[in-house]
Design a protein around this ligand. Structure first.
Ligand code: ADP
Length: 216
């Protein structure tokens, strides 16, 4: 599903990634761990086509994403990749339902079908009765589950999550982790999760340790 070869990335004089090779199979749930500043988020952003490496090869589902034009990349990203961040980053002026629908609107999907699907996803997340709530009216755990539904709305093949449970209490952390496995069972996504959470890392299929810009 994901093939990275010899990835190098610097910001100015700071060499952050120093030759990363990584293959992730379809349906795998992989955690990326390592000390702060090791380059984990940078690596996730490269997989997410948000940064280009200075050197190396990035293939997602057999597509060489570095060869795509800017326009093709954003289309590819919207179709194939879903993102979950540490802080839910829902838009405060929109309801939970509208937030889930936004990536579908960007992809110019039909409103009726999109709304039905967003409601189904909210139901899957146990949030049917929260569809019309604004983010400020949701608990932290609920808001993060809305963000997961938003990441799923365009049926991405890969979910990229950066410290997804970092802002949650231990009960909600556990619930979110369970949800990832349920989603894989139900929808078959591949997950790449940057985390400091050892409990989460332990449960994933594979843990990649990054230290000083290298896989160790
Ligand atoms: P991690 O996720 O492992 O904590 P990051 O990938 O966020 O590490 O960052 C690795 C290093 O790259 C850090 O020293 C960070 O300050 C630097 N860095 C990350 N993004 C940028 C950027 N856009 N511009 C300059 N430096 C950056």
């Amino acid at each position: 599903m994901i093939h990275l070869q010899n990835i190098h990335k610097s910001f100015g004089n700071l060499e952050v990634l120093k030759g990363i090779d990584l293959d992730i199979a379809e349906h795998e749930i992989v955690s990326i761990v390592g000390p702060s500043g090791a380059g984990k988020t940078t690596l996730l952003q490269i997989i997410g086509t948000l940064y280009k490496p200075d050197e190396g090869c990035v293939e997602i589902q057999g597509t060489d994403v570095l060869r795509l034009s800017r326009r093709e990349i954003s289309k590819f990203r919207n179709k194939h990749l879903g993102f979950i961040f540490q802080f839910h980053q829902l838009l405060p002026e929109f309801t939970a339902l509208e937030n889930v629908m936004i990536p579908g609107m960007i992809a110019k999907r039909k409103n009726k079908e999109l709304k039905e699907e967003a409601l189904k996803l909210l139901e899957f997340m146990g949030l049917s009765d929260r569809a019309d709530h604004k983010p400020s009216e949701l608990s932290g755990g609920e808001a993060q589950r809305v963000a997961v539904a938003r990441a799923l709305i365009n049926h991405p093949d890969v979910i990229l999550a950066d410290e997804p449970s970092g802002s949650l209490d231990s009960h909600n952390k556990e619930e979110l982790h369970k949800l990832f496995f349920q989603l894989r069972e139900a929808m078959g996504q591949t997950f790449v999760i940057v985390t400091h959470d050892e409990n989460l890392a332990k449960t994933t299929d594979r843990t990649i340790h990054i230290v000083d810009g290298k896989v160790v």
